[in-house]
Design a protein around this ligand. Structure first.
Ligand SMILES: [Fe+2]
Length: 147
């Protein structure tokens, strides 16, 4: 039987893997975006990947605070992250794919916040709520940029 504490740690690991996957995707878009909005999107993707990279450390160290080991290999890190998005075909497709990924992580975060609440872990719930706030803001800005 899974304890509430283990479900809390499992949820953190899922958020960590999905955050890493989105980090790689976003940094790749930063490198490869083309078109008339290049500078704007190159800079937007940089701000996003820097945030995601920083978040990885906070999430992994929270797993350690909870008494579990953080992932030590790429396989462990990606165990619960799900499949990667298909390659983007254009700058517009990059935005659409990022919105979809941020929405998916937002759903994971809501589940993880619920798991943290059931485990009585307010600190993890707070960390994940801050992450959810950031993702929702990025979704808003990217959606607004679609016109
Ligand atoms: Fe760069």
């Amino acid at each position: 039987m899974t304890t509430a504490n283990q479900a809390d740690i499992d949820a953190l690991n899922t958020v960590l893997g999905q955050t890493f996957r989105l980090y790689v995707q976003t940094h790749g878009y930063h490198w490869n975006v083309e078109g008339p909005s290049f500078r704007q999107l190159h800079d937007l993707f940089e701000a996003q990947y820097r945030n995601l990279w920083s978040a990885l450390d906070d999430i992994a160290e929270r797993i350690r605070v909870k008494g579990a080991y953080a992932p030590r290999t790429v396989v462990e890190l990606m165990a619960n992250a799900g499949p990667e998005a298909d390659p983007a075909k254009s700058a517009e497709d990059m935005i659409a794919k990022l919105i979809a990924e941020h929405r998916a992580i937002s759903g994971t975060l809501r589940d993880a916040i619920s798991s943290a609440g059931e485990a009585g872990d307010e600190v993890t719930a707070g960390l994940l709520t801050d992450r959810l706030e950031w993702h929702e803001t990025e979704i808003w800005m990217m959606t607004a940029s679609q016109g």
